[in-house]
Design a protein around this ligand. Structure first.
Ligand code: SF4
Length: 315
């Protein structure tokens, strides 16, 4: 819907149209306790919007979000507060998500203190523990975010999330802005925290290498819809959907220096005016007449494996 910036632009005389984008359309996503689910797709496919909705920081205009079997819209008081705290989000740009005027101790300790998770007089001890868990030296807790490197700032974001005792964390491109060597450190930290704290992750990424390494299960989105979901090993060895196969073919491989990179044909269509039928049909090398008029449904194509492609009906 029209946001504040667009309203301001209109006030200043710009020609701004009000349109509705279905960033997430008919998605049914389940994440089981203890799982790491990788959510994959190109920019603009709706994966970040979906992540924000399930983390509880963006309201959905339609549909329901369930937490431990309960519709969060029906929760009130302590139950609502607890459901919110237990779902946390870690963002791509740690610097933009940290208040530059706050010291690290306050960034990490503010929310648990407000919510009564810190016992009287225990603020410093509590903050130190979260910083240590995230691999930060508590001696630096009086410093500001700009005094840390990119990797350390991401660790501050992780410490802040851990401080409210989450059970489920949405990581939205959480290592995309970091150098490769630092990425590996942060990914290892996520895995260690999963073991130590029994965490569940929704790991949003466009990097298939990272997703393959981390995830138990992978969900592929295209223009707001889920087109395929399967256990990770199956996605990478026996992908069913033409879009998933195109994505996998476009990953650079060591040893293929002379081979031209395969690409997904054409541009991503505008979500303001998505193609009819299967949204992928203008770019799909296997499209046929039915694809232009009928939306394919997600159907079982193997053990825990679902795909939305009319070719599965055609055998
Ligand atoms: Fe391609 Fe048709 Fe399958 Fe869509 S439904 S992925 S256009 S073959």
């Amino acid at each position: 819907k029209l946001d504040i910036a667009a309203k301001l632009a209109r006030k200043l005389g710009a020609d701004v149209r009000e349109e509705i984008v279905h960033a997430v359309d008919g998605v049914d996503l389940r994440v089981r306790k203890g799982e790491v689910v990788g959510l994959v797709g190109e920019s603009g496919c709706g994966k970040s919007t979906l992540g924000r909705i399930v983390a509880g920081i963006l309201p959905q205009s339609d549909g329901q979000v369930f937490w431990k079997g309960q519709d969060v819209a029906g929760l009130h008081g302590d139950a609502e507060r607890t459901a919110k705290l237990r779902r946390q989000m870690i963002f791509q740009d740690p610097y933009a998500s940290l208040n530059p005027r706050m010291k690290v101790a306050d960034i990490v300790g503010e929310a648990p203190q407000v919510h009564g998770l810190i016992k009287r007089g225990g603020f410093d001890e509590y903050v130190d523990e979260q910083m240590r868990r995230a691999g930060l030296d508590p001696a630096f807790k009086r410093r500001y975010p700009h005094q840390f490197s990119g990797g350390q700032r991401q660790r501050i974001g992780i410490a802040r999330a851990l401080a409210v005792q989450p059970e489920f964390i949405v990581c939205d491109e959480a290592v995309a802005a970091l150098d490769v060597s630092i990425q590996a450190q942060i990914l290892n930290l996520f895995m260690r925290l999963r073991r130590e704290l029994d965490l569940t992750y929704l790991f949003i990424s466009h990097d298939l290498g990272v997703v393959e390494h981390l995830s138990d299960r992978v969900v592929i989105m295209y223009l707001g819809r889920v087109v395929e979901e399967a256990p990770t090993e199956r996605v990478f060895s026996a992908a069913n959907h033409p879009y998933t196969r195109s994505l996998l073919d476009s990953v650079p491989r060591i040893g293929n220096r002379k081979r031209a990179f395969a690409t997904v044909k054409g541009e991503i269509p505008s979500p303001l005016n998505p193609p009819s039928g299967c949204h992928f049909h203008p770019r799909c090398p296997l499209a046929f007449d039915r694809c232009k008029v009928e939306v394919p449904k997600l159907k079982t194509v193997g053990a825990l494996h679902r795909s939305a492609c009319h070719l599965n009906d055609a055998g």
